[in-house]
Ligand binder design. Structure first.
Ligand code: FAD
Length: 419
């Protein structure tokens, strides 16, 4: 979204290029906020329609699921997209290109663990976030009405993976279930009526962030009455039960798998390009794929080397948005026949949101050095990141109006999606 908006404004609207966005969904959700959709604290009004956005910004939107590339003829092949009722919304078709950018993100990595795909919920797509939201709401309703037979009148939610996704989801679910208690589901007002457990294989939470932040996040989750099992691997999942590496079992009505990422499965079956770590497309410093000069890859879909840290760039929104800004300039260079340049990533730090008013993280900058933030200020900084994304794709005026409208709506509608 970030890249297509930039290219439309600088090339499409000036008639210098014909720009097409293909997506398998009809609307855009900023992926770092998926846990808020899953908890019901954000609703459909936060989504941006591709149809409306493309019309306003002067690019074409094509609904379709990426299925492969015909390199000789330069066509992107698309699989059909079906509605929830299995009605075909778009047929198999092909879209021509001169320059192609693959930015189809990633999906959860089950590391081959038995039973995960059958018995876990995921948080990779808007559809999965909505599925999780209704599963949690239904579970709470069934407990309230007596339709659910649970031990000690308590429901249990387990989240596998203590990275940013798992940790943010745990905090958001704690807040959401407390809100449900205030919105008519009386049994949720009873202390310990919702048990939330985060299971992490390594010895600390949010392993990609500095150790001091992991400790603060752990402390914050304990304050929110979230159980954390560190150094614990899940070896098997069956219906409502997790088998742990130490031989123990853990029962849970809902199990969410958020234990790291791998490449989007469409890439594995569809593209004959060189892949790197986690099955992502290998790109050079210009972000061109290693076999096809006219094909770029970015964001979670790309495996791009980070020379300063001697590893691949992490799958983060911050990497994707810096690559979008870089690719706008890079594509303009390619079109005008100028030499391409190399992408350089700058780590500005990371923030982990822990509920509607708190966050923890570190910000990095030349003037600041590394600064640890916690609490309300950190949460404001986190919200500002979302605003920056909104402003990049909607413009500052719309982003500001949408932010104020969303603040105003919170005063007149339930804080949670309750249906
Ligand atoms: C709950 C959660 C919290 C997160 N929090 C943070 C955070 O705090 N900070 C941070 O830096 N990162 C965070 N991340 C990671 C961040 O969201 C990703 O790194 C970032 O969104 C990657 O951007 P992308 O453009 O590569 O992919 P995505 O944002 O995943 O976009 C991929 C797009 O491709 C479309 N698509 C997928 N498959 C196909 C297909 N086959 N055909 C057509 N279209 C397709 C999708 O519909 C989507 O629009 C979080 C992720 C999650 C899930």
């Amino acid at each position: 979204m970030n890249l297509v908006t930039r290219l439309s404004r600088s090339l499409g609207q000036k008639g210098r290029a014909d720009i097409t966005l293909v997506d398998e969904n009809l609307s855009h959700i900023w992926k770092p906020s998926l846990h808020e959709f899953a908890a019901g604290t954000k609703g459909p009004e936060e989504e941006i329609s591709f149809l409306e956005h493309s019309n306003r910004n002067g690019y074409k939107f094509r609904l379709g699921r990426f299925a492969g590339v015909d390199y000789q003829e330069r066509w992107v092949m698309l699989d059909p997209v079906l509605s929830d009722e299995d009605v075909e919304l778009s047929p198999a078709r092909a879209v021509p290109y001169d320059i192609l950018v693959l930015a189809i993100g990633s999906r959860s990595n089950d590391f081959g663990t038995s039973g995960v795909s059958e018995h876990c919920l995921f948080l990779d797509t808007p559809t999965e976030a909505k599925r999780l939201q209704s599963a949690i709401l239904n579970l709470c309703l069934r407990m309230e009405t007596g339709a659910l037979d649970v031990d000690n009148d308590a429901i249990r939610l387990a989240i596998v993976g203590g990275g940013a996704t798992g940790v943010e989801l745990a905090a958001e679910l704690r807040e959401a279930t407390e809100q449900l208690g205030r919105n008519g589901i009386d049994k949720l007002r009873i202390p310990d009526s919702v048990g939330i457990t985060v299971i992490e294989g390594s010895e600390r939470l949010v392993g990609a962030l500095p150790e001091s932040i992991s400790e603060k996040v752990l402390h914050e989750l304990e304050t929110l009455n979230v159980d954390v099992l560190l150094g614990t691997r899940v070896t098997k999942v069956s219906e409502k039960t997790l088998k742990l590496g130490n031989g123990d079992s853990l029962d849970a009505e809902i199990i969410v798998w958020a234990a790291g990422i791998q490449s989007n499965k469409a890439l594995a079956s569809a593209v004959d390009l060189e892949v790197g770590s986690l099955g992502r497309l290998l790109v050079g410093p210009t972000l061109q794929t290693t076999c096809e000069d006219r094909i770029f890859a970015m964001g979670d879909a790309a495996d791009c080397y980070w020379p300063e840290q001697e590893c691949s760039l992490p799958p983060r929104a911050q990497v994707a948005s810096q690559q979008a800004a870089f690719l706008e300039a890079q594509i303009k260079r390619m079109i005008s026949g100028r030499a391409l340049t190399e992408f350089k990533y700058t780590d500005h730090g990371s923030l982990v949101a822990l509920s509607s008013s708190s966050a923890i993280g570190s910000l990095m900058g030349r003037a600041l050095g590394t600064m640890t933030l916690k609490g309300w200020l950190a949460h404001r900084a986190y919200k500002y990141l979302h605003y920056q994304h909104e402003a990049a794709v909607q413009g500052h005026f719309r982003a500001t109006v949408r932010t104020f409208l969303s603040m105003a709506m919170r005063r007149v509608r339930p804080r949670l999606k309750l249906h």
